[in-house]
Ligand binder design. Sequence first.
Ligand SMILES: O=C(O)CCC(=O)C(=O)O
Length: 260
Amino acid sequence: MLQVAVNEDEPVASRRRRVAGLVRDQAGADLVVLPELWTTGAFAYEEFGGEAEPLEGPTFEAMAKAASDAGVWLHAGSIPERDPDGPLYNTSLVLSPSGDLAAAYRKIHRFGFDKGEAVLMGAGDALVTVRLPQTVVGVATCYDLRFPELFRGLVDAGAETLVVPAGWPERRRSHWTLLARARAVENQAFVLACGTAGTHAGVPQAGHSIVVDPWGEVLAEAGPGEEVLTVDFDPATVAGTRERFPALKDRVLGLDRPRR
Ligand SMILES: O=C(O)CCC(=O)C(=O)O
C-alpha cells in the first residue's frame, strides 16, 4: 500500500508523476493500493470542481501506464470524477496489469453531513467486487468503513479481501484502526485500509494504513508519514477461517425492521 503524503504545496500534476513512479517501483507485487482522493486531498473541497476529471482522464492514464509498466493490479485510490451527464462522484478505479479499467466504484456514503463531499458530490448506488487471480476484492471508500451493512453486502457478493482507500483525519485515528479490525473480524476477511499522510486544507491526516487478517490480527501498520507498506498474506486463510469458525453461517436475516 502506498500511503501518499498529500500536502497542498505539491501541485497535483507533480504528485501524479511522483505517485506513478512509486507504483512503478512496486514491480513484482500482486496488488498495489493507493488512498482516497490523493490528487486533491479528501478535505480540499474547494479543489474538487477544478480538479475533477472523467473516469479515463489524466489520473487513469498515468496510473494505467504505471500499472502496466510494473505489471501489477492497481487499486488506484479515488478521483473526483466528473460525469458529463451528472454530478461529481468520489470514484475508485481498479486497473489490471495490462492497464485496463477492471472496475470503478462510486463512494456510497458521502462524508461531511451538511457540507463538503456530502453536498458537492453525488452518491454511488452499486456495490463493486473485482476478481483478481488470488482473491475476490470488495471495494469501499473511507467513511463507508462506518457502515457494516455495505461490507456484508460485499461479502455476500463473494469478497474475501476488503480494500478501503481513505483520507482519514488524525483526530479520529482510533476509530480508523478499530473499524478496520471490526470489519475484518465480523466479515472474516482481509482488510487493506490505505490512508494518506500530510496535511491539506488544515486537516492533519492519520496515516497508519493497516492490513488486518480475517481473525482481526494486524499484519502491518504504517506510521504517520509517507510510507510504502508491504505485506505478504495468503488469501486461502479466509476460507480456512470461515470453515473453522463458521459464524457467518449463523446470521439471522431480516432483522433490519423491528418486529411487531
Ligand atoms: O468517518 C470519518 O471519521 C472520516 C471520513 C472521511 O474523512 C471521508 O470519508 O473522507
